[in-house]
Design a binder for this molecule. Structure first.
Ligand code: FES
Ligand SMILES: [Fe+2]
Length: 376
């Protein structure tokens, strides 16, 4: 079955945008496709686990499920961010859950204990075990790289570095200094849709005036959308939205001296393939990082952060944060309504993918990325 679907996908990817439609339905619903995605995409690419600012101090950590591999992201004694396997070297129990600050990690099963480098430092009652050599035991390290404050991990030992893959994006987003933005939301959610439907939803502003009429829609003119003339790059694509200079949200604070000209009121929306996307404005950002959880569920890491000068200027920062969080959650709920509705539509017998608008240019670029990874 997948063979024909993959042929259809390949044919679709070869079309120009003006002849393109959404991807074939089976790309979203087939378990074979999901397996192929896990193998060709999620085990091989960089996956974003969050922001470096979530673990500012030595010993700060949080856990993350990377495909089938539980991992710990931590800041080690040299202040470096690191990712290590969260599976005990004894009888393979998961070592730790949640987040916090620790000097060592002790397995909840028989108390084998590991330091921040992942070295086994204590294991009781192993003195009669001849094949046991404490010094040689260390939790496997997972490839981990920081790029402008984002933490990326990969199960692929030979992957090209993030900074090389995203060098063209660096030029566009580095003047925002987003690595200094202050975290205000960091959450995990599971929604009832395929991960690609949520990615595609992020990639187009076409739905904003309609699906987001209760929040951002009224302030958004679709004709303010711009794409990079160079098209999609190998590892990412993006679009920009430029607002009026006097808009209340989405513009640079007067103390912001790194953005100039139209960039002072422009937002950049990159999608870093396969599934890290963020909306970066001069005064705030919000982001999603996705992984499939079956064909019909998506694991979401959702977060937001505010430019420090904007936060400093609030008379009542608590109220400001409260309102901002509520607003961003409301936007998310509007998106959840559509992406869960689309999954139901995709599963229905009478549905068919329809033609794309020029505003859905990135969706077609995403089709081309998926085709390259699955159908080559
Ligand atoms: S499984 Fe971790 S100490 Fe036994
Ligand atoms: Fe949306």
């Amino acid at each position: 079955m997948s063979k024909t679907v993959l042929d259809d996908l390949k044919n679709l990817a070869a079309k120009t945008l003006s002849h393109a439609s959404a991807m074939p339905k089976e790309i979203y619903t087939s378990n074979e496709i999901l397996e192929l995605e896990q193998e060709q995409i999620f085990s091989k690419e960089w996956i974003c686990v969050g922001r470096e600012t979530e673990i500012p101090k030595v010993g700060d950590f949080f856990t993350f499920q990377l495909g089938n591999q539980p991992i710990i992201i931590l800041r080690d004694r040299e202040q470096k961010v690191k990712a290590i396997s969260n599976v005990c070297l004894h009888r393979m129990m998961q070592i730790v859950e949640g987040k916090g600050n620790k000097k060592t990690f002790t397995c909840p099963y028989h108390a084998w204990t590991y330091n921040l480098d992942g070295n086994l430092v204590m294991a009781k009652f192993m003195d009669r075990t001849e094949c046991f050599d404490k010094k040689s035991l260390k939790l496997p390290q997972i490839k981990c790289e920081i790029f402008l404050g984002w933490i990326y991990v990969s199960l692929n030992e030979n992957i090209q570095s993030v900074s090389d893959t995203l060098s063209n994006l660096y030029e566009v987003v580095s003047p925002y200094r987003m690595e200094n933005y202050i975290d205000i939301i960091s959450e995990e959610h599971v929604w009832n849709t395929n991960w690609k439907i949520l990615t595609e939803n992020f990639m187009e502003g076409y739905h904003l005036p309609v699906a987001h009429q209760g929040t951002v829609g009224p302030y958004f003119n679709v004709l303010d959308t711009e794409f990079d003339d160079r098209g999609a790059f190998d590892g990412f694509t993006y679009q920009t939205f430029t607002k009026n200079e006097d808009a209340l949200v989405g513009t640079a604070h007067h103390r912001n001296n790194s953005l100039t000209g139209k960039w002072r009121h422009t937002s950049v929306l990159p999608t870093i393939f396969p599934s890290h996307m963020y909306s970066l404005a001069p005064d705030h950002l919000w982001y999603l990082s996705l992984q499939p959880n079956g064909t019909d569920k998506v694991n979401i890491k959702f977060g937001a952060a505010i430019a420090p000068e904007v936060l400093e200027d609030q008379d009542d920062p608590e109220q400001f944060l409260d309102e901002t969080r509520k607003f961003l959650h409301h936007v998310q709920e509007e998106d959840r309504f559509v992406v869960e509705g689309i999954y139901k539509g995709v599963c229905s017998p009478l549905s068919n993918p329809g033609p794309l608008s020029w505003l859905e240019r990135e969706n077609h670029e995403f089709t081309q990325y998926i085709a390259k990874k699955l159908a080559n």
